[in-house]
Design a protein around this ligand. Sequence first.
Ligand code: ATP
Ligand code: MG
Length: 409
Amino acid sequence: MKYSQIVGKTKKNVPSEAVSVNHKLLLQAGFIDQLSAGIFSFLPLGLKVLRNIEQIIREELNLIGANEVLMPALIQKSNWDKTDRWNTVDILVKTKSQTDKEYGLGFSHEEVVTPLAGQFIHSYKDLPMAIYQIQTKFRDELRAKSGLLRGREFGMKDLYSFHSTQEDFQNYYSLVKNTYLKIFARMGLKDVKITEASGGSFTKKFSHEFDVLTPAGEIDLIYCDQCEFAQNTEIAQVKSGSLCPKCKKGKITTGKAIEVGNIFDLGQRFARDFQLEFIDKDGKKQLPFMGCYGIGTTRLVGAIVEKCNDVKGIIWPASVAPFKYHLISLPGGETNAHKIYEEMMDKGIEILWDDRDISAGAKFADADLIGIPVRLVVSQKTGDKVEMKLRKNTTNKLVSLSDLQNSTV
Ligand code: ATP
Ligand code: MG
């Protein structure tokens, strides 16, 4: 893509309410636009990052036998009444049609997925079943600040699983837990902590949060500096400075974190509410055991920026970066730039070409702000070679065009 044609250019100034790092950098680098508090547009660069995040999640969930669907966000009141969440969930956004029909906008989708799954679950042979979607959620959050970390309209991947026994549910729950760590590691988040938590509005049963350590987080964690062990400080049974009770090697320390995922044991509650039953091996009617598993896709865009930045801007991990290469053409380098751009485009390699007629300094500053992993510069000085620099490093090297084609990011 040519930068001259892109919608969403870098900005010098951002509104003063953008105080968190992700909010500031994503606005300034032209990844997002804010409509109102907690409500954003994703511009081409931001949308590419979001799509990369979604694709990693999709690939890993498909590997564990989950089915992707897309459910509606507009859900009639009668379904919320069945689960008693119409009047009890404060963040539910409610709306009324011109004929006085009432709807809630999905903040989570048990009210849709349970009756949906019920149409396909009749016998124990139909179980287990796992259904997920990647969709927009709505929550009437009191304080929507911190950029993409807390939106009123935001992206989520929500997975729901149905099982004939509690044991089968628990095995799948463990599988999802491990899959989540793989998903986050693929996005460059390698030290995600797993925190045992209570189930919030969903259930009194167990749940686990996946937390990314960063000062921008809202959660106070007490965690091991070597393994994934963590507890919420409010409920913690371990003390800062002590030996980790899990790995027996690391030291317990404290810090702030962002919750990027959450998995819950739902028990049989929603199956009961929707009279979802199956016939077991002995011919008896039973309620399936359910789990639900969320990942905040748009929150992840923000969380990655909070983790991966320096004073100059964002430093995207290659796996989620909007482009792999950021090509800068300076006077005398136009012919080579054309060649590199065409060849990369032919091969389907993601390249952003800053083809604007502006100063070298302005192009370099924008490249640092945008944060694409590899910067390529062609100019009169570089001759028939290309100056290559990784965003995360300060040094650069001259490479030939053929070396560039063989390099992997
Ligand atoms: P939180 O504790 O941060 O309010 P939650 O526990 O209510 O989140 P879940 O209902 O488990 O969140 O939703 C699954 C995931 O969706 C969360 O782990 C988080 O990553 C994301 N998420 C939840 N609320 C928001 C929001 N307002 N904006 C962006 N992402 C969110
Ligand atoms: Mg939570």
